[in-house]
Design a binder for this molecule. Structure first.
Ligand SMILES: [Zn+2]
Length: 126
């Protein structure tokens, strides 16, 4: 028997008894149960979100530059590290050129140092 059925049975018994105080206490109990169910739903959602975050965090690879990639992506996608740090959302960054990207969510500009260094080195040796 779940708690709702139990409360219904108690309401039925209390109604038959004609005990007004008992009926009032059952109404209070029912309100508390509704509050607890609402809180439990909120906590379950929060728990699900945190579990997703932990799962995602274990899949993330951090780089020297402020972007992230995920091990699970077949083709590497660069995500905004700022959005992950502040909001725990993965936003793919958009390429502006060979070594500069922009986040469409927080609008941060990301310069890829490693590529820029390769480009500078390449120019120095040509
Ligand atoms: Zn961002």
């Amino acid at each position: 028997m779940n708690i709702i059925d139990l409360v219904k049975d108690l309401f039925s018994i209390a109604k038959k008894s004609g005990n007004i105080e008992l009926n009032m206490k059952l109404i209070d109990l029912n309100e508390k149960i509704v509050e607890l169910q609402s809180e439990m739903s909120r906590l379950q959602k929060e728990n699900d979100d945190l579990n997703k975050q932990i799962s995602t965090e274990s899949d993330i690879e951090y780089h020297e530059d402020p972007y992230l990639t995920r091990k699970i992506d077949e083709k590497p996608i660069k995500y905004c590290a700022a959005c992950w740090a502040s909001e725990k959302i993965l936003v793919p960054i958009q390429a502006l050129d060979n070594y500069a990207y922009r986040c469409p969510h927080c609008n941060v500009r990301i310069l890829i140092t490693a590529k820029r260094k390769q480009l500078i080195r390449g120019n120095l040796f040509i």
